[in-house]
Design a protein around this ligand. Structure first.
Ligand code: UDP
Ligand code: MG
Length: 320
């Protein structure tokens, strides 16, 4: 059975009232040009401003608009996940609300998809208007991620991408709670390709990714796809105990056979601090993994939908 809807566009939104009108307008334009039935899935990730009201308004008179309202802020990655759960299209596009990812690129993605690619991701060849700090940390992060994980997560690639419904169906099977969507898409495989683009700057509003959320995302990326940090921790532990043991022999030797008295406490303190630092970071790494195991074992749902708009009434006389 072929699907009624050809394209689903997932747009996670968190306090995006300044930009939503333009996003809506530009998305409509692009999607109308594609000339196939589509749906715009707006996920309201617990916004505190008027984002939701505006979406509701659109969904009243535009049948292509569907809105999922989360009960609270669950985070960008979870919002995308919900979008994938609800998407009905043959091809599913994930795009940021802030127009940093130009909607016009969807047309190029669709062309690639029609060539037979099942995942078309958009690779940033340039990032405009981002701080040096963000650019440096991002580049560094993607390198580390590549070194630590065995799966091929493309560098400088966010969640802006098109996936075939087959890939989307597989994504729905993956139940993990701390999600790193771009990694999971790589993990499921399928025929993937990239298109390159220049990432625009955010024109309206501010980034909704403060350092804390960024940090969580990066840790999720590493811990979901690699346990090398645990291995590194244990190797480091072994290495340091060997060094400690050798140094102990030296100290004993000095005490017994030489006159050199051990001078000062500074060396002792320095070594203490160093070892404590190492031990604590190893504990921290363990904690990251244990916390995630704990999250999974609770078996809570990944998100809670408070309300949805425009989702069930659809079905008949699709307009686009
Ligand atoms: N976002 C979200 N929940 C959050 C944070 C962000 O749904 O808790 C959405 C946000 O509205 C935007 C996308 O995720 O559509 C990317 O966020 P942002 O542009 O702030 O990230 P950046 O481009 O600065 O990395
Ligand atoms: Mg952005």
């Amino acid at each position: 059975m072929s699907r009624e809807i050809q394209y689903s566009v997932i747009v996670p939104m968190y306090n995006e009232e300044e930009v939503i009108e333009e996003t809506y307008r530009r998305l409509k334009k692009v999607m109308n040009e594609l000339n196939q039935p589509y749906e715009l899935l707006f996920i309201d990730d617990g916004s505190q401003d008027h984002t939701l009201e505006k979406m509701q308004e659109y969904s009243k008179w535009d049948q292509t608009v569907k809105v999922i309202e989360f009960a609270r802020n669950f985070g960008h990655q979870v919002a995308i996940t919900a979008g994938m759960d609800f998407a009905e299209g043959e091809a599913v596009v994930v795009i940021d609300a802030d127009l940093q990812d130009p909607p016009e690129l969807i047309k190029d993605m669709v062309l690639k998809w029609k060539e037979g690619y099942e995942v078309v991701y958009a690779k940033r060849i340039k990032r405009k208007g981002e701080t040096v700090f963000k650019r440096v940390t991002a580049t560094l992060y993607y390198r580390i991620l590549k070194a630590l994980t065995d799966i091929d997560i493309p560098i400088n690639t966010g969640d802006f991408r098109l996936i075939d419904h087959k890939v989307c169906d597989q994504m729905k099977q993956l139940q993990e709670k701390n999600r790193f969507v771009r990694g999971l898409v790589s993990w499921v495989g399928f025929k993937q390709t990239a298109i390159e683009y220049v990432r625009d700057e955010r024109i309206y509003g501010e980034s909704k990714y403060p350092l804390k959320k960024m940090l969580k995302l990066s840790l999720d990326g590493i811990t979901s796809f690699s346990y090398k940090p645990l291995k590194i921790a244990s190797y480091l532990g072994i290495l340091l105990s060997i060094v400690g043991f050798l140094y102990m022999l030296v100290v004993i030797y000095q005490r017994l056979f030489t006159d050199t008295t051990i001078t000062g406490w500074s060396s002792v303190i320095v070594i203490q601090l160093f070892f404590f630092g190492i031990v604590l970071s190893i504990l921290g790494i363990l904690g990251e993994y244990i916390g995630r195991i704990y999250d999974e074992s609770k078996g809570r749902p990944t998100y809670i939908v408070k309300e949805s708009y425009g989702i069930n009434e659809r079905k008949s006389n699709e307009s686009f």
